[in-house]
Design a protein around this ligand. Structure first.
Ligand code: PLP
Length: 400
């Protein structure tokens, strides 16, 4: 028996374990320190009442022979997919069909699993800094040498440049807006250029929009399908995790339009085949929970939580800016991307912040080489602790 050697090409992922280890060691050495974590990428508010009520009801149904449900349909029950179609797309002027929506246990699984339906020798363009799952899952699938890094820097507001004449043409392009970790957001005009590029070169865009709920003012697209021509070149990945606090419950969905035809084959057919073979659906209780998000009550309640996180991010952004730092994101995203002062690396500044302020961030270098020189702070904490952390940063680093 031989192993899949591609796994040996993965770089060990030390980021969050090192952050946690260093934090633990610091607390052990300074038991009196009141440490605040602005490093967490997980939500902290509980599921909203409308969701909880729907789950209780669904649990009762599962307890009764007359209403019990066994295996769910592979793509998800119609009741939830109809709601997704109506609320996330039709109401926003986007026409999709029910069988173009595939419910799943979250965007992380789909980001990785979608690679099953693409040839190993496709080239893959991935931003740096980046959500590490895109890189690692392509390495696992044997595409280590096929990765084309799209460097993203402050000069372009962390938007990757579209390949020009003479650059190699990627077969697959990963884009994520609003972005993790930089918090940057992409305009319609900018995304149109990618869509035109992908259609012209017959490339495929994988559009990760798990943070779309942080766009509320209509100034930026929430979905790639708001861009004309996207249905023939883009798959969209969405999640209830950050939108409705489902990180522990697990639910998301992927849109694969019928117009996506490569090598004479619809990607929708391939993805259906992949999912119905390797995935047995999302639990009934979870699907009812997700359905409850699409109700007047559910929308009101999730918006309260989202506003809370957004306000935290705003407080962090304004606080660190007042302390003299240059920062990005924080407006259409729970993430603030802090440019660290000269003379520090991401990790030495992580230590400095921990020691001087007892505040934990996530070193930018953990998201890729281009993340060096940055630190990610998140708005997912409590209001009181967020304000306290910002006050400490202002006191320690602000001009005296
Ligand atoms: N995509 C991005 C960019 C993320 O930041 C995350 C989670 O942090 C995910 C996908 C995963 O989402 P899910 O919880 O739906 O698996």
């Amino acid at each position: 028996m031989k192993i899949n050697k591609n796994f040996l090409d993965l770089e060990a992922s030390y980021l969050f374990s090192t952050v946690n280890k260093k934090t633990r060691e610091f607390i052990a050495a300074h038991p009196e320190a009141d440490v605040i974590k602005l490093s967490i990428g997980d939500v902290t508010k509980p599921l909203c009442p409308a969701v909880i009520e729907a789950m209780h009801k669904a649990v009762d149904e599962m307890a009764d022979e007359k209403t019990f449900r066994g295996y769910p349909p592979e793509q998800g029950y119609d009741f939830i997919r109809e709601k997704i179609l109506e609320w996330d797309y039709t109401k926003r002027g986007i026409n999709l069909q029910l069988d173009e929506i595939f419910l799943s246990d979250g965007a992380k699984s789909d980001c990785g699993n979608i690679g099953d339906i693409f040839a190993t020798d496709n080239t893959v363009a991935i931003c740096d800094p980046v959500y590490p799952v895109y890189i690692d899952t392509n390495i696992m699938n044997g595409r280590k040498d096929k990765i084309i890094i799209l460097p993203c820097s402050a000069e372009t507001n962390f938007l990757p440049a579209i390949p020009g004449a003479g650059d190699s043409v990627p077969d697959i392009i990963y884009l994520c807006f609003p972005n993790n970790p930089t918090g940057t957001v992409a305009s319609k005009e900018y995304l149109k250029k990618w869509v035109d590029y992908a259609n012209a070169h017959h490339s495929l865009i994988l559009f990760d929009s798990v943070y779309e709920a942080f766009i509320t003012d209509g100034k930026y697209p929430k979905s790639i399908y708001e861009i004309e021509g996207a249905k023939s070149c883009a798959i969209e990945l969405r999640s209830f995790s950050k939108t409705a606090g489902f990180t522990g419950l697990r639910c998301g969905y992927t849109v694969v339009p019928h117009d996506l035809v490569f090598d004479g084959t619809e990607l929708n057919t391939l993805w259906f085949r992949r999912q119905s073979t390797k995935f047995n659906g999302v639990s009934y209780v979870t699907q009812r929970a997700a359905e409850a998000v699409y109700s007047e009550e559910g929308q009101k309640e999730i918006q309260e939580n989202l506003s809370f996180y957004r306000e935290n991010a705003r407080i962090i952004f304004e606080g660190v800016t007042a302390a003299g730092f240059k920062a990005f994101g924080g407006q259409y995203s729970p993430y603030v991307w802090l440019q660290i002062p000269q003379g520090f690396t991401s990790w030495t500044f992580f230590d400095e912040l921990l020691e001087k302020c007892n505040v934990v961030g996530t070193p930018g270098s953990g998201f890729g080489k281009m993340g060096e020189g940055y630190l990610r702070l998140t708005g997912f904490g409590s209001r009181e602790r967020t304000i306290e952390a910002v006050e400490r940063i202002k006191k320690a680093f602000g001009k005296k």
